[in-house]
Structures are given as C-alpha cells and as structure tokens.
Write a protein that binds this ligand. Structure first.
Ligand code: ZN
Length: 282
C-alpha cells in the first residue's frame, strides 16, 4: 500500500483524541513522539511537503475531486465559517471540501478564537445583518425547519462555528458578535448524523454535515445534501479502508510495549464513520 495513504490513515486515527480540550495538539505529546520516531526513520527527502490539489486541498494522491460536483452548486445562501485555529491543522479538514462545492466567495472562513468588531469588520457586518443566522444549538435556538422565512426569496447568511464541542462553546460564549444573529439549530438532522450534539470530538465532520442539511433546507433542494456529503462519504470510506491496516500496526506496537494509546477510542471513531457511510437517507 502506498505510504502516503497509510500516513493519512495514521493521522486520521490520531485525530480522535481531542475531547473537551482547548488545545488538542498540546495533549497529543505521545503521538507527536511517535510521529517523530516514524519520521526519523525516513530518508530526508521524504519529509518534503506533499503536492496538494488546489481544488480540494487534499494531497494529490488522495484527491477527492472526482467526488465533487463538476460545477459549483447553485445556491444563494452564503456560509461564514468561524473556525478555531486547531481545525486548520487537522488532516481531515472538511471545510475546503465544502468550499470547493460552492460558488466562489459563498463559503468564507475566519480563523481565530476571538473576533472583535475592529479586527473583523466583514464578519461584524454579517453578524449585524438581519438576514444572518447562527447555526448553534441551545435553549434559545429556533429550529431552522420551523421558520416561516422563505430563504429562496431573500438570500441569507449562515454562520457556523468549526471546532470541537468545547472550542465551539467557548467561541460562542466569548464572542459577543456571534450572539448577535438569530440562533438556529437543526431539528431534522438524525442522531447518527448530528455529530455536533452527540459526537463532540468530531466537529470537523459535523460542520460539513450541518452545512449540507442547512443548505438543503434553506435552498429547498434535498439534492444539495447528497452532493455535499458525497466527498465526505468518500473520505470516510477511504480512511476506514486504510485505517484498518494502521490498526494492526498499532496493535503490534502495543504488543511490543511501544504504544500506550487506549485503543477503544479508535474503534469508536471507526464505528462513527461506518455509520456515516451506511446511512444513505440523511
Ligand atoms: Zn482535488
């Protein structure tokens, strides 16, 4: 098997650990050491940056462009993704896939933890716009499905927070701007898909899923959801296939006392991904 594919799968499994923490990468010290020991065994030229596909932002050898729509989807809703900095460095970044499916400029990403009016005037303007909605669940959120607004008549903006559950909560509570727009949540998202509530560790997946469901509702077009989830399903399917091999190698490491990570976490993540792939009627 191609070494790049295995590398991807290793990184996918390691991504599982950032539950309820502000800085996932900082807690992954043991994984960092493992990464370094693997890297140190490689020839120097192997550490050079891998060529990346410009459209899907994936390494060229695992490009997901065949699963993207040939042309950007025709949507009038504009997405604004407020992304925790830790998300940007994740390997399973799904926001670039989302952006690649949408017309240019209709999926904007702001990276940071704190968003002030002064430093983010564009985001501030969006937050103050009465046509903007913040997708974030809570007691004060309205169900998007229950709103009588015709979103196809007047283009709206949707703001999504991209991070782990605790990161998103922190960003919501500490940024007054994000509490300005009308807060909405998804009622129709089935539990297996609604990672934002039940699977707090995997917000990177749920951001794409939530955006897919949201756009389908607002644009009154269910096929949008299918188109947007296609690259995600391909990504999960791909990672699962290759993750299984890494699983063996980790077991091998454990047997040899060289690996101290708790295995069930990976199994849980694998089950989550299997659920996502098998659920066709989202
Ligand atoms: Zn690509």
């Amino acid at each position: 098997m191609n070494s790049e594919l295995n590398e991807e799968a290793v990184e996918m499994n390691e991504e599982d650990d950032d539950e309820d923490e502000e800085e996932p990468r900082e807690r992954d010290d043991d994984e960092g050491e493992e990464g370094f020991s693997v890297l140190s065994d490689l020839p120097v030229e192997m550490s050079e940056r891998r060529p990346t596909c410009r459209r899907c932002c994936r390494p060229v050898k695992v490009c997901l462009c065949p699963y993207l729509p040939p042309r950007p989807l025709d949507v009038s809703t504009c997405l604004y993704i407020v992304q925790h900095p830790a998300e940007e460095s994740r390997v399973l970044r799904t926001v670039p896939l989302l952006a690649a499916c949408l017309p240019p400029g209709q999926c904007k990403v702001f990276i940071g933890r704190r968003f002030s009016e002064e430093r983010y005037p564009e985001l501030a303007a969006v937050c103050r716009d009465p046509r903007s909605l913040l997708l974030y669940p809570g007691a004060t959120a309205d169900n998007l499905e229950d709103l009588s607004t015709d979103f196809t008549a007047t283009p709206h903006n949707v703001i999504l927070i991209d991070g782990t559950w605790s990161q998103a909560k922190d960003m919501f509570l500490r940024n007054a701007l994000l509490r300005l727009p009308r807060q909405v949540q998804l009622r129709s998202a089935p539990s297996s898909q609604y990672v934002i509530r039940t699977q707090p560790t995997n917000m990177c997946v749920s951001t794409l899923e939530c955006a897919a469901v949201t756009l389908s509702i607002m644009e009154k077009n269910h096929s949008i959801q299918e188109v947007l989830l296609k690259p995600l399903q391909a990504l999960c399917s791909f990672q699962l296939q290759h993750g299984a091999q890494i699983h063996h190698s980790k077991e091998h490491l454990i047997k040899n006392g060289q690996y101290n990570k708790i295995m069930p976490k990976n199994k849980r993540k694998i089950r989550r991904m299997q659920k996502l792939i098998s659920n066709q009627n989202i």
